[in-house]
Design a protein around this ligand. Structure first.
Ligand SMILES: Nc1ncnc2c1ncn2[C@@H]1O[C@H](COP(=O)(O)OP(=O)(O)OP(=O)(O)O)[C@@H](O)[C@H]1O
Ligand SMILES: [Mg+2]
Length: 410
């Protein structure tokens, strides 16, 4: 009995669940009804870029999942840009909303429970600019593959187990090049398979996905993604399943293809090494929000948000002896009941009194470097934090600094 005596704060009664799911059906039903109208006029989904040099502009995007136990705010006010011809790296710990951000851009979030409920995602397709949030599915089908394509996180699930590799790649090539003959399509498929480093391309053409290793499967996925020379390549952990040498080759391949067709890459990864090698700009996400963004140089040289600082400290450095690698204490708050204050506060070694207030606004540290943290309201402090050595614990440093300041005043 003792086990059940204490009331769990997360407990939801079946009555409550029913009420939530009824409410969810009402909300998602309305959105779906609006989306499924026939002949939606272009004026509802065409828009203009804020800066025409960008391929994509995320502007305060909110993507929620309406589940029976509450609303998961997976992406909760994300804003960043992907400039033409550049690579933007997105980092953040598992579950922070990286994949959902990219799926929102492709309109592939699991519907009807997953919905982008607010904000704009502007996609620059050359002649026209689309607000993806309002774009009807029929138009999206033309954009996906031709203009933007995605290399998925799990190669196991991205390929269809009942079709041969050749058929799956052929289908994409043929769909986007209707004028090609069967032979030409096959030739292009073999060429793509060779381009991504599959030696036995003729053999693999006739194989089923289960006959390939994980790395080979991922290379097939990359071949499919790159088959139509898209303007934007979204790569969600593209090299996680590959060994280090192949990883380097694939990254080189993506980079050279990007330059050849002047496309841009949105690169999602846990691997800061990959980001350092590939990215021009870095976006750091935490619990569905962007906490810091800037050029790769700025993020690696002067990480400013305490979470980014922690992230940099938790990566091993060759030649540097440490007893134990740093790990950020605590865990991410429950996505269903997010606090009103900074989401990182409870894990933050540098938190101060102000952090208990409402969620911090965006502060510009340079024209390209932005951070959401109360510590930078006073820019003087920014200079200090940027210079701190990443070794000692934050609180010690903070106290040291306060001590010094006191001594100066005396
Ligand atoms: N279909 C879904 N239904 C309900 N919640 C979902 C669904 N898909 C994702 N979520 C939630 O959205 C949040 C963000 O998930 P997402 O997949 O974007 O994380 P991620 O940053 O890509 O993590 P990882 O690095 O592990 O891939 C998580 O809290 C997850 O539980
Ligand atoms: Mg993911």
């Amino acid at each position: 009995m003792a086990l059940f005596g204490k009331k769990n704060a997360n407990y939801i009664s079946s009555k409550e669940t029913k009420r939530i799911s009824r409410e969810n059906r009402r909300v998602t039903g309305e959105i779906e009804k609006k989306r499924n109208r026939k002949n939606i006029p272009e004026s509802e989904y065409l828009t203009r870029m804020k800066n025409p040099a960008n391929v994509v502009e995320f502007d305060d995007v909110h993507t929620y999942f309406f589940t029976d136990i509450g609303t998961v705010k997976a992406v909760n006010g994300v804003s960043f840009e992907v400039p033409q011809g550049k690579t933007v790296g997105i980092v953040g710990e598992s579950g922070c909303g990286k994949s959902v951000t990219s799926l929102s851009l492709m309109q592939l979030v699991q519907r009807p429970q997953g919905q982008t409920v607010a904000g704009e995602i502007r996609f620059n397709a050359g002649e026209k600019v689309y607000n993806i949030v309002n774009t009807p599915t029929s138009v999206m089908q033309k954009l996906r593959g031709n203009e933007m394509s995605m290399i998925f996180q799990e190669p196991m699930t991205a390929l269809n187990p009942v079709f041969r590799i050749g058929d799956q790649v052929d289908e994409i090539v043929a769909l986007h090049n209707p004028s090609m003959s069967r032979e030409q399509v096959k030739e292009r498929t073999i060429e793509m398979l060779e381009m991504v480093g599959i030696a036995n391309s003729q053999g693999v053409y006739r194989m089923y996905p289960h006959e390939l290793s994980g790395g080979m499967r991922q290379r097939v996925c990359i071949a499919i993604g790159l088959a139509c020379n898209p303007k934007l390549i979204i790569a969600d952990e593209p090299t996680t399943a590959l060994d280090v040498t192949i990883q380097a080759q694939i990254l080189d391949l993506m980079r050279s293809l990007k330059d050849k067709i002047n496309s841009s890459i949105m690169l999602i990864t846990h691997d800061l090494g990959v980001i350092a090698e590939m990215a021009d700009y870095v976006v750091v996400m935490y619990a569905g929000r962007v906490v810091e963004k800037g050029t790769a140089q700025e993020i690696f040289k002067t990480p400013s948000h305490p979470y980014t600082i922690g992230l940099m400290r938790s990566k091993p450095v060759v030649g540097k002896q440490v007893e134990k690698l740093y790990s950020i204490p605590g865990k991410v708050p429950n996505p269903i009941n997010m606090p009103d204050y900074c989401y990182f506060k409870d894990r933050c070694e540098l938190s101060c009194e102000k952090c208990g207030g409402r969620y911090p606004g965006v502060i510009k540290l340079s024209p390209t470097h932005e951070v959401s943290c109360y510590r930078y309201e006073d820019r003087r402090e920014a200079g200090w934090l940027a210079q701190v050595e990443l070794g000692a614990s934050g609180r010690e440093r903070q106290q040291e600094e306060k001590g010094k300041e006191g001594a100066r005043h005396e």
